[in-house]
Ligand binder design. Structure first.
Ligand code: S3P
Length: 436
């Protein structure tokens, strides 16, 4: 499916983006590992998360959908031997977290995924989980793979990259390992697993090593919980960004998770001169939430510090798109992880930006966008997304403020994280249409 975005007047209104994908995966996985009935409110029902729901069933949990976003998960108190392959679809988070959790149990589980996921590195979890005692059958350290779990030993693992997926895989395996498991990473990545493990009654705390705090887990049996899932800041980024670059816009994006380890894009936008306000701050669930009000803004180019990358890792595509509308250079560095996401997001963003008439350049670990101000972006291109949902949404937002329409291909993949994106944006006044 191809979608076309055309420049058509201001964006106005209030919206509630889809719920957080990271928290949704974790609610299903921890619910399935625990005993008792876990319930959710606002679970994201996007393709990626539905794959994890199906995996939870195959690992022995009973799941029931009682309403929109309302699920009940009857955990089996651990993962049981699945009767078929766990197909994680497009989801790296689902695959890596589930492999970690499965490694704790005396079962053999086969994992697979779609074409994109089959290319993504799994050695980053195979390495530490093997050190803990799990065994793997995998031709090239990628999917498909089989994990043979059970009888693990806790380790202190120094991860070479800041990745919540690696951290979570190791901590989840640590729930069933002998002794304690500690995860050290260069910069802190999102901490939803740690927070939610606490809610499910796990023995999790932090230890100070080399002057920084790192999560530590001891063997634990999880209980059950009620999990409310706020809106995903990574999805909220698209209407917020669109409001900043489409003239005369004002958009209120409600109920957004503002966990500091997810907030790097918003810090960067403020440094660019964005008119953004956080209102109705609250913390009802052990995660901070707010409404974000965004107005059309005069933006200037920036260089976000490399250490901020983990807190905005999924937002670089949309940052690169709106940097084209800023005055001056935006230089993204320390973001080499972008090359192993759903696509190589550095190459794809630079190619797409150039096709739209933007001055952009690849760096080994990032990219440079030389913006020419509000009316500078020509657009007028058909952009290849290689099925990457965030690349597709980023170019559609760009098309809303470019002089000529922008078309993206494989737009059906947007449903992996943001079902109904085109309707959602149309509700704010955007012109996004399906084309042949
Ligand atoms: C996620 C972690 C991030 C992010 C992904 C979701 C998670 O990956 O890109 O979309 O829920 O743990 P890495 O932590 O591997 O960078």
């Amino acid at each position: 499916m191809r979608l076309k975005a055309t420049n058509a007047g201001p964006l106005r209104g209030r919206v509630r983006p889809p719920s957080d994908k990271s928290i949704s995966h974790r609610a299903l996985i921890l619910g399935a590992l625990g005993r008792g009935q876990t319930t959710t409110e606002g679970l994201l029902e996007a393709d990626d998360v539905m794959r994890t729901a199906q995996a939870a069933r195959l690992f022995g949990a009973r799941l029931e959908r009682t309403g929109s976003g309302a699920w009940s998960i009857q955990g089996a108190g651990g993962f049981l031997q699945p009767g078929e392959t766990i197909d994680c679809g497009n989801s790296g988070t689902g695959a890596r977290l589930l492999v970690g959790a499965a490694a704790g149990y005396p079962i053999s589980a086969r994992f697979d995924g779609d074409q994109s996921l089959r290319k993504r590195p799994m050695n980053r979890v195979i390495g530490p989980l093997s050190q803990m005692g799990a065994r793997f059958d995998s031709a090239a350290n990628t999917l498909p793979l089989i994990v043979h779990g059970g009888r693990l030993k806790g380790i202190t693992y120094r991860s070479p990259v800041s990745s919540a997926q690696i951290k979570s895989a190791v901590l989840l395996a640590g729930l069933e390992a002998e002794g304690e498991t500690v995860l050290i990473e260069p910069e802190r990545s999102r901490d939803h697993t740690e927070r939610m493990l606490g809610v499910f009654g796990a023995a999790i705390d932090s230890v100070e090593i080399d002057g920084a705090l790192h999560p530590r887990v001891r063997p634990s049996k999880l209980t059950s919980a009620h999990i409310y899932v706020p809106a995903d800041p990574s999805s909220a980024a698209f209407p917020v960004a669109a409001a900043l670059i489409v003239p005369k816009s004002e958009v209120r994006v409600e109920d957004v998770l503002i966990n500091p380890l997810r907030f790097g894009l918003y810090e960067t936008l403020l440094e660019m001169g964005a008119v953004l306000k956080l209102e109705e701050r609250r913390d009802p669930i052990g995660e901070p939430i707010a409404d974000i009000v965004a107005n059309t803004s005069k933006l200037k180019g920036v260089q976000p510090p490399a250490k901020r990358s983990p807190s905005m890792i999924d937002e670089f595509p949309i940052l690169a798109a709106i940097a084209a509308f800023a005055e001056g250079e935006t230089r993204i560095v320390g973001a080499q992880e972008l090359r192993v996401k759903e696509s190589d997001r550095i190459t794809l963003m630079v190619n797409g930006l150039r096709a739209c008439g933007v001055n952009a350049e690849e760096l080994p670990d990032g990219l440079v966008v030389r913006g020419g101000g509000p009316k500078s972006v020509r657009g007028g291109a058909s952009v290849r997304t290689q099925g990457d949902h965030r690349v597709a949404m980023s170019f559609l937002v760009l098309g809303l403020a470019a002089r000529e329409p922008v078309i993206v291909d494989e737009a059906e993949m947007i449903a992996t994280s943001f079902p109904g994106f085109a309707d959602f944006m149309r509700g704010l006044g955007a012109d996004i249409q399906e084309v042949a």
